[in-house]
Ligand binder design. Structure first.
Ligand SMILES: Nc1nc2[nH]c(O)nc2c(=O)[nH]1
Length: 454
């Protein structure tokens, strides 16, 4: 018989769907078997119990946009206080020196940081390939497997170099036939469509200023052929809009439609600079958008129109973005940032802590095509995060769920992925975080040493 575990007596259990689980829930194997309402006990047998008292129990958080490798270039002086284009131009030459060890270390570190913040599923956008790392995604697959988090690894790409009028230097662009054949190889090797999947692959040409329209079209066809998702940066800055008009003769959304990407297969990162009519077209097409509040503030990219998107019916999720423009990978903090940013943009009564939690859970599950994640309900995957409120920052609170975001929770106490504990008592179960940090720090130092002076 599969192991059964009753997580009982949480301070609050937020299921994300209105169902009552005041007395916790029962996990059987990799799934949730039943929710236990107030005053009830589980209806069937359970072999073990877990005392969740004093904890807020949530669905595992879902991060829908990251660049794990950027954890190696956090708070880098040459990139500070710059908007997107100069920021990227200062970092491309550093990222050109990434190697397999660096990618492995960054993937482990980023996933550790995410798990410790209550995140159980993460989408990574890796778009830097060079002769040093022709097979970066294979390295990420191995590292993610070691960490045990659920991932969607996107095969990113850059093909539109500065000689042809794009933004990135030639050192980080690849020939398009290589991008396409590698994308197909990775899907065949690693994409798992099973609802229990720990690893999926999606295709992600980087941005309108770093790939050609031809690559966008060919990638859309490939995604259709293999039934995988599409991801790209769009609508992030005014510079990007100006670039699109000058280089492609179109606003970013027209460009997206023209290359065959305005479809439910696509989720966009950022999505800030859209008109009302463009938001309506995004909603009508079923295209989804990932909001990255901290990065948008740090790079001064603009105000995400979350409430307008919601009213129009756009599917919206949350992402920490890369750790060179955040510079952390903390999903519960990112939910707080989303709440604050939307309140600032629309008014205090227009976006609540519950709206932010929905973005960070069921919103993300929808973006990544994972209906079995993002909510607590019988049959869903047992991906859970438990936060202790036994910290000075929460002392005196009246509402545990509101306190989580208002008082600034930053660390999960226990985290489960597919029925397996990955974090217990605020620490990784299967790994030594000090060892992961030591390897990561060495890789970051090596990378900076190799880079030419700014
Ligand atoms: N926030 C970010 N935006 C981007 N656009 C692009 O082409 N690359 C990036 C990136 O790394 N971060």
């Amino acid at each position: 018989m599969t192991e059964t575990l009753w997580l009982r007596h949480p301070a609050v259990c937020w299921t994300g769907n209105g169902a009552n689980a005041d007395n916790g829930l029962v996990v059987e194997g990799s799934r949730i078997r039943e929710l236990v309402p107030a005053g009830h006990e589980p209806s069937g047998h359970y072999a073990h119990t877990f005392d969740a008292s004093g904890h807020v129990l949530l669905p595992g958080l879902i991060n829908t946009h990251h660049h794990f490798y950027q954890t190696l270039t956090r708070a880098l002086p040459r990139a500070l206080n710059k908007p997107l284009f100069p920021w990227l131009e200062s970092l491309y030459p550093v990222w050109a020196n990434l190697d397999d060890d660096a990618i492995h270390a960054a993937t482990e570190l980023a996933l550790s940081e995410l798990l410790l913040s209550g995140c159980t599923t993460a989408a990574d956008h890796h778009y830097v390939f060079s002769q040093l790392i022709p097979r970066a995604i294979d390295v990420q697959v191995a590292a993610a497997k070691r960490m045990g988090a659920r991932v969607t690894l996107t095969r990113g790409s850059m093909s539109f170099g500065e000689l042809a009028g794009g933004l990135p230097p030639e050192s980080v662009i690849e020939p398009e036939p290589v991008i396409l054949s590698e994308s197909a190889r990775l899907i065949r090797a690693y994409h798992d469509p099973d609802p229990e999947a720990l690893c999926r692959i999606a295709l992600a040409p980087c941005s309108p200023f770093s790939v050609t329209p031809e690559l966008m079209r060919d990638t859309a066809n490939l995604a259709e052929e293999h039934d995988v998702l599409l991801h790209t940066h769009l609508g992030e800055t005014r510079d990007e809009t100006d670039f699109c008009i000058q280089s492609h003769g179109q606003r970013p959304l027209d460009y997206l439609e023209d290359v065959g990407w305005l479809t439910p297969r696509t989720w966009l990162a950022h999505g800030i600079h859209f008109t009302d009519d463009e938001i309506r077209r995004i909603a009508d097409s079923g295209t989804a958008v990932c909001h990255c509040p901290t990065s948008n503030m740090l790079l001064g990219s603009g105000h995400f129109r979350g409430c307008d998107m919601h009213r129009a019916g756009v599917r919206v999720g949350l992402g920490v973005d890369g750790s060179a423009s955040n510079d952390g990978s903390n999903m519960i903090q990112e939910a707080r940032q989303a709440m604050l940013m939307q309140k600032l943009t629309y008014g205090a009564d227009q976006f609540s802590h519950l709206d932010a939690l929905a973005l960070a859970t069921s919103g993300g599950a929808q973006l990544l095509g994972r209906p079995e994640l993002g909510q607590l309900a019988p049959g869903k995957q047992a991906d859970l995060a438990l936060f202790s409120l036994d910290e000075p920052r929460f002392s005196g609170h009246a509402d545990p769920l509101a306190a989580l975001l208002l008082c600034g929770a930053h660390r999960a106490d226990h985290v489960m992925v597919g029925g397996q504990w990955k974090v217990r008592h605020g620490g990784l179960v299967d790994h030594d975080i000090q060892e992961i940090m030591a390897r990561h720090k060495q890789a970051a130092e090596r990378l900076i040493r190799r880079a030419a002076p700014a």
